[in-house]
Design a protein around this ligand. Structure first.
Ligand code: GTP
Ligand code: MG
Length: 151
């Protein structure tokens, strides 16, 4: 099964939304296999968002993501990279569908609460940027055989 890198940004942590958001992933049947609360430094922020280095909002983005603690995590599940992107919703929360995380909780693009990997390649890159292999837990959920056609 796939693994995705997901991060609750400082606004989500400060608004006490960790539980609400994690609950959505757990309800869906996804498996949290690693978490880490940390304050990201500028260097890691710039590496994580390197694809946006030339964008006009880059400095604001780095300031935002380093402005307080984040909850970095690895989530595992069947085709979970695209599934989680769908659950997160559009980058601009005003355009995000109701029922998505951004559509239900956020208002502005620059405070859109959550990051999720957008492809297999970015998931691999981001997971290795934030976690050592030994920090990711392998375990079986007893209901995997109920949730998946082929456990
Ligand atoms: P991430 O999961 O965080 O990567 O969001 P995304 O994939 O939906 O969007 P994208 O990778 O294009 O942009 C990364 C992040 O930069 C966004 O989530 C926003 O926090 C921020 N961002 C993108 N566009 C803008 C913008 O026009 N203005 C501001 N202030 N921030 C932006
Ligand atoms: Mg992105």
């Amino acid at each position: 099964r796939e693994r995705s890198f997901v991060m609750l940004k400082p606004d989500a942590v400060k608004r006490r939304l960790i539980g609400d958001v994690l609950n959505r992933f757990e309800r869906r049947g996804l498996k949290v296999v690693a978490t880490k609360m940390m304050v990201i430094n500028k260097e890691l922020a710039e590496k994580h968002y390197a694809e946006h280095a030339e964008k006009p909002f880059f400095k604001d983005l780095v300031d935002y993501i380093t402005s307080g603690p984040v909850l970095a995590m690895v989530i595992e599940g069947g085709e979970c990279i695209s599934l989680i992107r769908k659950m997160v919703g559009a980058t601009n929360p005003k355009e995000a569908d109701m029922g998505t995380i951004r559509g239900d909780y956020a208002i502005e693009t620059g405070r859109n609460m959550i990051h999720a990997s957008d492809s297999t390649e970015s998931a691999v890159r981001e997971i290795s940027l934030f976690f050592k292999d030994s920090e990711i837990c392998n375990y079986i959920l007893p209901d995997e055989e109920i949730i998946y056609e082929e456990p």
